[in-house]
Design a protein around this ligand. Structure first.
Ligand SMILES: *Cc1c(COP(=O)(O)O)cnc(C)c1O
Length: 484
C-alpha cells in the first residue's frame, strides 16, 4: 500500500489558502490570536503527545483526569469559586451551555413531577441557549432589552416563577458585549430558589482583568455573587486554545451530578459521561491545560490588558468616524457598531456595507442582523494581536466608511420580489428552497457571495422560520458531495 501524503497535504494547503488568515488579526471574530509565537509550537508538541488518546475514559488514560482536574482548578480559582464549586471540561461553549441547561432541567424535574420548565434570559443571550431549550424541551422565555442591548434587572426579576428551571445572564453577551445585571438578578433569583447561570464563555478569561470606561474594576459577576450557581468559560476563546475546549463550573456537588449520564444497562462497558460526546480527542483539553500552565494568571492578565488597550483605541477611532456609532455600553474586548442616526442620511454609514467594504481592504468583520428594537450592526472581537495591527486596521475602518457613506441599507424588497408570496413558503421542501435561493442569486455556483449585506438584509426581511429554512438549505447544500 502506498500513502501519497505529499499529494494529500498539497491539496489541503490549497484549500486552506482560500480561507481568511487565522493569525495576524485579520479576522475580528471566530479566532483568538494571542500573537505569541512560542504558543503555537507548544500546542503542536501537545498534539504530538496526546493525539491518539481517547478522552472518553479517564480511568484508562489517567493523564486525562489529571489535566481536567487541574484545568477546572485553575478556572475555579480565577472565577472565585470555593471548595463547593466543581466542574468539567467540555468540547466548547455550546456544550457548556447545553449542559448547564440540562443540569437545571433535571434538578427542576426532580422537584416537579409534572409540567414543563422555563428557561429565562435576555434576548441577547447566546443562541446556544435557544438550542438548549429546543434540545431539552424547555419553554424559552426571552426578555427584551433596550435598543442598546442593555437589559433591566427588574424586567428579568418580574418574570421569575416556580416553573423557571434556570435564569441565564451573560458576562458579557456576544452581540453587544453588555454585562448583564448579575448581582441584582442573583439576589432575587436566589430568594425565589431559582438557579442562575452566568455565561462567561467569551468573558471568562478576560473580564477578570478588565476595567470599565472610568478605569474602575467591574462589579462582581462570577462565583463571588452568592446566587450564581454555574458559570461557563471557553478556553478556546481568550484561553487561546485550539477549538474544542471550555469549562462548566457548578456550585454544589449534588447539583452537578445531574449533569452526568450513566448507564450500566447495556452489555458493553459502563457508560458514565459528564458531557455529551463519547469517544473524544484529548487534544483541546491538553492544549487548554498547557496554555493555562504556561501563561498562568499573570500571562492571561498581560494579554487581557493588551486587548483592553486595543479595544479602547478602536472604540475611540470608530466614535470618530462620521456616520457610525458604538452600540450601548460594551464591557470586554468586543462591541457592535451601528449607523449613527443623529447625522443627515447622506452622512450615515450602513454597518453592513461598511463590513463588506472593510473586507475588501483585508479585514473580516461580522455582520449582525437587526432584531427589533435592536439595530443592524457589525461586530468586532478584539484579540491581543489586534494591538500590533492597529494603524492598518484603523485606516481600513476609516477608508471603508468613506467608501460607503450615504449608501442606504440594502432594500430587501427587491430581493423579496423574486420570492413567491410568504404564505407559500410555510413548508418548503429541499428542492424548492434551493431553487428559491438560486432564483435570488444566492448559492448558484460553488462560490459563496463575497458581499454579505444582501444576504443579511434578506434574513432581516423574511419571517424567521423562512430565513432559517433557506439557510439550512444553503448550509446543507454546501457540504453535499459535489459532481466531479
Ligand atoms: C462563543 C459563545 C458561546 C458558544 O460558544 P461556542 O464555543 O461557539 O460553542 C456562548 N456564549 C457566548 C457569550 C459566546 O461568546
Amino acid at each position: 500500500m502506498t500513502l501519497d501524503a505529499e499529494a494529500v497535504l498539497g491539496r489541503l494547503s490549497e484549500l486552506r489558502a482560500g480561507d481568511p488568515p487565522t493569525h495576524g488579526g485579520r479576522v475580528l471574530s471566530y479566532v483568538y490570536d494571542p500573537g505569541l509565537a512560542g504558543l503555537d509550537d507548544m500546542v503542536a508538541a501537545v498534539v504530538d503527545e496526546v493525539l491518539p488518546v481517547n478522552g472518553l475514559d479517564p480511568t484508562t488514560f489517567r493523564s486525562v483526569g489529571v489535566l481536567e482536574s487541574e484545568l477546572v482548578g485553575f478556572m475555579r480559582e480565577l472565577l472565585h469559586g470555593d471548595a463547593d464549586v466543581v466542574g468539567s471540561a467540555t468540547s466548547g461553549g455550546t456544550e457548556s451551555c447545553l449542559l448547564a441547561v440540562k443540569t437545571a432541567r433535571d434538578v427542576w424535574r426532580a422537584a416537579h413531577p409534572e409540567g414543563r420548565p422555563r428557561l429565562l434570559a435576555p434576548v441577547t443571550v447566546h443562541a446556544a441557549f435557544q438550542k438548549a431549550a429546543a434540545y431539552f424541551d424547555l419553554v424559552l422565555d426571552l426578555v427584551p432589552t433596550a435598543p442598546d442591548g442593555v437589559v433591566s434587572a427588574a424586567d428579568v426579576v418580574a418574570r421569575l416563577g416556580d416553573d423557571v428551571a434556570l435564569v441565564v445572564l451573560s458576562a458579557p453577551n456576544y452581540p453587544f458585549a453588555s454585562l448583564d445585571p448579575i448581582a441584582e438578578v442573583a439576589e432575587a433569583a436566589s430568594a425565589a430558589g431559582v438557579p442562575l447561570h452566568v455565561d462567561a464563555c467569551i468573558g471568562g478569561l478576560v473580564l477578570p482583568f478588565w476595567r470599565d470606561d472610568a478605569d474602575a474594576e467591574l462589579p462582581a459577576w462570577d462565583f463571588r455573587v452568592p446566587g450564581v450557581t454555574s458559570v461557563s468559560a471557553d478556553l478556546h476563546k481568550y484561553g487561546y486554545a485550539p477549538k474544542g475546549v471550555s469549562v462548566l463550573l457548578q456550585r454544589g456537588r449534588d447539583r452537578q451530578r445531574h449533569q452526568y449520564f450513566a448507564t450500566t444497562r447495556w452489555p458493553g462497558y459502563p457508560v458514565v459521561n459528564p458531557t455529551i460526546l463519547g469517544s473524544k480527542s484529548a487534544v483541546p483539553l491538553a492544549a487548554g491545560w498547557a496554555i493555562a500552565e504556561g501563561l498562568g494568571v499573570e500571562g492571561f492578565r498581560e494579554l487581557g490588558e493588551s486587548c483592553l488597550r486595543a479595544t479602547r483605541a478602536l472604540r475611540a477611532a470608530i466614535e470618530g468616524i462620521e456616520g457610525l456609532r458604538v452600540v450601548g455600553e460594551p464591557v470586554g474586548p468586543l462591541f457592535a457598531v451601528a449607523t449613527d442616526e443623529s447625522v443627515a442620511p447622506e452622512q450615515r454609514v450602513d454597518p453592513h456595507h461598511w463590513a463588506d467594504a472593510v473586507r475588501g481592504l483585508g479585514f473580516v468583520l461580522q455582520l449582525q442582523p437587526a432584531l427589533a428594537p435592536l439595530p443592524s450592526t457589525t461586530h468586532l472581537t478584539i484579540t491581543p494581536v489586534t494591538e500590533s495591527v492597529l494603524p492598518e486596521l484603523t485606516s481600513a475602518l476609516v477608508a471603508g466608511a468613506d467608501a460607503v457613506r450615504g449608501v442606504p441599507h440594502v432594500d430587501a424588497s427587491a430581493l423579496l420580489g423574486g420570492l413567491p408570496p410568504l404564505e407559500a413558503l410555510a413548508a418548503l421542501d429541499s428542492d424548492t428552497a434551493w431553487a428559491l435561493l438560486q432564483g435570488i442569486g444566492i448559492g448558484g455556483g460553488a462560490e459563496l457571495p463575497d458581499a454579505q449585506a444582501p444576504l443579511v438584509a434578506l434574513i432581516e426581511a423574511l419571517p424567521a422560520s423562512v430565513a432559517e429554512r433557506l439557510l439550512v438549505e444553503l448550509l446543507g447544500r454546501l457540504v453535499e458531495p459535489r459532481e466531479v
